[in-house]
Ligand binder design. Structure first.
Ligand code: IPD
Ligand code: CA
Ligand code: CA
Length: 274
């Protein structure tokens, strides 16, 4: 394990200890902007502070992009992308599905990743070219190759009330797959696809910190990752489709045909971002 990953795991576990300390306790909840679906708690902030203090001590010349504190630029080729608590809404309701997500990106390409679920003590890690692991044991994507046998997962961005994006695709897959989960932590969902617990995941309106670590896990576990139209993966594309390679092409066909894609194009155009 490189010093990059070792330090990332140390930081993720330190944040995980904060998650455990506050889990199920009364929290100080605020809202981001005017959106009453987008919560932030003191645990998001404390966790990010802790992660940054560990990473910055070791790699003071790198860039840092944290969900809560934004971008700190040093003009480095290396950027740490941090989601200190993915699944804040779950956490605020003491629903046990959330994690820490940390990735190191070199010139736009994720090279080290950790996703840590403190409640289950599950630590998903990956380094570019070295495979993906769960608590040190190799993981692979599933071999499921038909929609009827697949367990899928998705998420709804905080703008769902305005956009209604994904309601159509969600319904399509509920009617054709073995099941569709929507459990509120995109990073964990990526880790679960990498570990073969889910066969595919998609979401529209997702941020780089939700997916940077998960992206590397997927690729290193033998999965396929693109945006929802099949364009090669881009951390800032704000939508993603991750699956085992067979399910990826099956899901892609359906996602690009539905009402959601037409509405997305109408509203944002081909290259526009949120
Ligand atoms: C959210 C979760 C959720 C996804 C949202 C994300 P947060 O992240 O990953 O599953 O549907 O798009 O913003 O706010 O809990 O860190
Ligand atoms: Ca997130
Ligand atoms: Ca978060």
């Amino acid at each position: 394990m490189t010093l990059f990953l070792k330090t990332a795991v140390r930081a993720a576990k330190a944040a995980g200890a904060i998650h455990k300390k506050f889990y199920g306790k009364t929290l100080h909840i605020q809202f981001k902007g005017k959106n009453s679906l987008n919560l932030v708690t003191q645990v998001d902030q404390l966790s990010e502070k802790k992660i940054l203090s560990i990473l910055q001590k070791q790699f003071s010349t790198h860039d840092f992009l944290g969900e809560e504190s934004g971008l700190q630029k040093n003009n480095s080729a290396y950027t740490w992308i941090i989601d200190p608590l993915d699944g804040t809404t779950n956490f605020a309701h003491a629903y046990p599905f959330f994690c820490v997500s940390i990735a190191l990106v070199q010139n736009g390409i994720p090279i080290a990743a950790v996703i840590y679920d403190a409640l289950r003590d599950e630590c998903f890690t990956a380094e570019k070219g070295k495979g993906a692991f769960l608590n040190g044991k190799p993981i692979r994507v599933s071999k499921i190759s038909t929609l009827e046998k697949s367990l899928l997962c998705t998420g709804f961005a905080y703008m769902v009330r305005e956009t209604h994006y994904n309601l159509d695709n969600f319904a399509q897959f509920v009617l054709t797959s073995q099941g569709v989960r929507r459990d509120g932590s995109a990073a964990m969902n990526f880790a679960y696809v990498a570990a073969g617990r889910l066969d595919g995941f998609w979401e529209r309106g997702i941020q780089a910190w939700d997916i940077a670590a998960g992206a590397l896990l997927i690729l290193e576990a033998g999965g396929k990752l693109t945006d929802i139209t099949g364009t090669p993966f881009d951390l800032f594309a704000q939508n993603a489709l991750a699956a085992n390679p067979k399910m990826h092409s099956i899901l892609l066909k359906i996602l690009t045909k539905g009402k959601d894609e037409k509405n997305w194009l109408k509203r944002y155009g081909k290259n526009k971002k949120w």
